[in-house]
Design a binder for this molecule. Structure first.
Ligand SMILES: Cc1ncc(COP(=O)(O)O)c(C=O)c1O
Length: 270
């Protein structure tokens, strides 16, 4: 496996960043995960736009997107695989111990891992911890993801593959690494960005292609929604067949099945 670190390709074993990198010491960094099918990254430009937005949100210098594109192309070419998870990480770089960022300049890492197609349906849980829609990091894809690590571990303990959060005012927000959609009376809804969720690339495409409404939804909508599905780069559109103890028999239901079909068709044309 070869990956890109600060300007060049290296064997994964030999690739190095400082142990005092601010990404490591305090989680001062941003990232993107892209899907690569047969070496072709999906929706590269929206991911690069979001990388820049996230970096600006942390006060990091804008990433050099030409270098990021070059790095992605080099890593994909060096590691051929049918379905890859391409990860761009951009951090505050070598810094003093503590929350002040150093002036050594940012670190850029691009790595690739092999992955497989997700199942068409999955189980999710809800967790008692909240997304803070008023956080300085709301809507940014930062490497400060330990809350997601804890929630996802809880989901796995309970037989699920994702954990869903409410925000601080009890509205449905998102999963640890996915956005959420619900069907109510045949109409598709997803929480608005003001809920504090990430502006998922898959979410935006799904809203555009299905006409889903962006609606503030109370968390307990999950107890009565006719259908529930998740969207993310590696899940595409994935139906939910259980939320906590509530079974959703027949998942994917008709609206979800249609969204899955539309997404697969439109994405294949991109
Ligand atoms: C917190 C969070 N929400 C939503 C998503 C889904 O975004 P995307 O569709 O761009 O992968 C992600 C990305 O993995 C995420 O980390």
């Amino acid at each position: 496996m070869k990956l890109w670190v600060n300007g060049g390709l290296h064997d994964a074993d030999a690739a190095r960043v400082s142990v005092l990198d601010h990404g490591l010491t305090v989680g001062d960094g941003v990232f993107e995960t892209l899907k690569a099918v047969d070496g072709r990254p999906f929706a590269m430009e929206p991911h690069l736009d979001r990388l820049t937005r996230s970096a600006r949100g942390l006060g990091l210098p804008d990433p050099d997107l030409d270098e990021v594109r070059r790095a992605c192309a080099a890593v994909l070419e060096a590691n051929p695989m049918p379905l890859g998870r391409l990860r761009i990480t951009y951090t505050g770089g070598l810094s003093p111990l503590g929350s002040d960022r150093g002036d050594a300049g940012p670190t850029l890492v691009v790595a690739l891992g092999e992955t497989s197609h997700r199942p068409d349906t999955t189980a999710v849980i809800t967790v008692p911890w909240t997304r803070n829609e008023r956080s300085a990091l709301a809507g940014l894809k930062t490497t400060s993801y330990a809350e997601n690590v804890v929630a996802l571990a809880r989901a796995h303990e309970r037989g699920g593959s994702e954990a869903l959060f409410a925000n601080t005012v009890g509205q449905l927000c998102e999963g640890t690494g996915s956005n959420v959609f619900v069907v109510l009376d045949g109409q598709l809804h997803t929480p608005p960005l003001a809920s504090g969720c990430l502006a998922g690339i898959t979410r935006a495409l799904t809203v555009e292609w299905t006409g889903a409404l962006e609606t503030e939804l109370p968390m307990d909508v999950l107890e009565r929604a006719d259908e529930v599905f998740l969207t993310s780069t590696l899940r595409d559109v994935q139906a939910v067949h259980r939320v906590d103890g509530r079974e959703l028999p027949g998942a994917p239901g008709p609206v979800t099945a249609k969204a899955m079909r539309i997404f697969a068709e439109r994405a294949a044309q991109m």
